[in-house]
Write a protein that binds this ligand. Structure first.
Ligand SMILES: *Cc1c(COP(=O)(O)O)cnc(C)c1O
Length: 395
């Protein structure tokens, strides 16, 4: 027994223990306060212990925790109604996570062609740098070698093209293609937004070829970008969309949304889940929507993200040796570093600001959407201090 650590060592955890949170702030067991611009990786959309969410969860906990999907769950129907009313979708399937929402999206697309007499159309085209989750199918969809290595044969049926290579995308479509799957803004991949022309081009390409457009808005959805969903910037709609993270505000759940046509193969018995759409999750999801759909909420997100973006732009001007680019949409923000992004995350942590590393040497800033302009300015001071520390170290 050389090693007594009880947990899988799949994570590189920072040695900090947070005991409580309120709004955008977290407090450690030693009473130190941190500004949380990680938000549990874009999950705590309304910050920590939001009173409306706490109330919704507590009052549901006093009534019913769990029912199987063998019964009617009124709050599940209500949340589905609200999601379909607010989006392109006609149908919703609730899951426990983002990866499961993607699994449902992939199954929905394949099944659509199966029931419409084209079972050979099952392949899905994805984009290099994508992240769709850690299940066997979603690591195949994401196509990243570091997540596939050692896990046996890659799940069949995913073809990958380079980010932004429209010609390659066009050529990758065959008689076996069912769908194109993309994130409107790649999160893990380094906060890379797909330009609106590309989003429109994708929609056209799918229509021309009679294939489905699947969007992964697990990270970019539910107000994160300043629109309810990021694809709204392009004025287009997908056929299928996976969401999770922000919709639960910290309660783990996700959903797959689809048009009635795209979901036409998902009939009784074709798919299922024990926990998906559980009453506790649905109570919180409805409470999240109460806040996010309220008048003025998204304009708040836009206002504060402008403050963040302008502040970061001026820091980029002052520290050109450290910051290569500031990018993203709304409060899905990325700082592309010239030196190590891990060093910047560490330096920010020593200024008691939490941030998240991403691909392409990017640091993600993902504050709760309720962050105030004042808290953004506080964060900018901490970022400035961290950059100053790194630049004095370098010289
Ligand atoms: C986080 C994420 C997922 C996976 O969600 P899990 O809840 O971790 O399974 C999928 N796609 C995107 C874009 C994500 O950011």
């Amino acid at each position: 027994m050389a090693d007594a650590k009880p947990l899988y060592e799949t994570y590189n955890r920072a040695p900090i223990v947070f005991e409580r949170g309120h709004g955008v702030w977290l407090e450690t067991d030693k009473g130190e306060r941190y500004l949380d611009f990680a938000a549990g990786i874009a999950v705590n959309s309304l910050g920590h212990t939001h009173p409306h969410l706490v109330e919704a969860l507590k009052s549901q906990a006093d009534r019913i925790w769990h029912l199987s999907n063998l019964h009617e769950i009124p709050d599940q129907t209500r949340l589905a109604e609200r999601l379909t009313e607010a989006t392109f979708a006609d149908k919703v399937f609730f899951t426990n996570s983002g990866a499961e929402a993607l699994e449902c999206a992939i199954k929905t697309a394949r099944r659509h062609f199966y029931v419409n007499g084209q079972p050979e159309r099952y392949r899905i085209i994805t984009v290099e740098g994508a992240f769709h989750g850690r299940t066997l199918a979603t690591i195949a969809a994401g196509g990243q070698a570091k997540y596939l290595e050692g896990f046996g044969p890659k799940v069949e049926g995913f073809d990958q093209v380079l980010f932004g290579d429209h010609e390659a995308l066009r050529q990758a479509i065959t008689d076996e293609t069912a769908a194109i799957l993309v994130e409107p803004v790649q999160g893990e991949g380094g906060v890379r937004p797909l330009p609106v022309e590309c989003m429109r081009g994708l929609r056209e390409l799918c229509d021309e070829n009679g294939i489905l457009l699947i969007l992964d808005e697990v990270q970019s959805g539910v107000g994160r970008t300043g629109k309810l969903f990021a694809h709204e910037f392009a004025g287009i709609a997908p056929d299928i969309m996976a969401i999770a993270k922000g919709i639960g505000g910290g309660f783990p759940f996700g959903a797959c949304l689809a048009t009635a046509e795209a979901a036409d193969g998902m009939t009784v018995g074709t798919h299922g889940t024990t926990y998906g759409g559980n009453p506790l999750a649905m109570a919180v999801g409805n409470a999240v929507l109460d806040v996010v759909l309220a008048d003025g909420f998204l304009s708040h997100v836009n206002d504060v993200s402008l403050v963040l973006r302008q502040g970061l732009a001026s820091l980029k001007d002052r520290y050109p040796d450290l910051i290569e680019e500031v990018r993203g949409l709304g409060l899905l923000t990325g700082i592309k570093c010239r030196k190590s992004n891990a060093d910047l995350v560490m330096a920010l942590r020593s200024e008691r600001l939490l941030a998240v590393p991403a691909g392409e040497n990017v640091v993600r800033l993902l504050p709760p959407l309720i962050v105030s302009a004042e808290e953004i300015r506080d964060a900018l001071h901490r970022i400035e201090a961290a950059l100053e520390m790194l630049s004095s170290k370098a010289s």
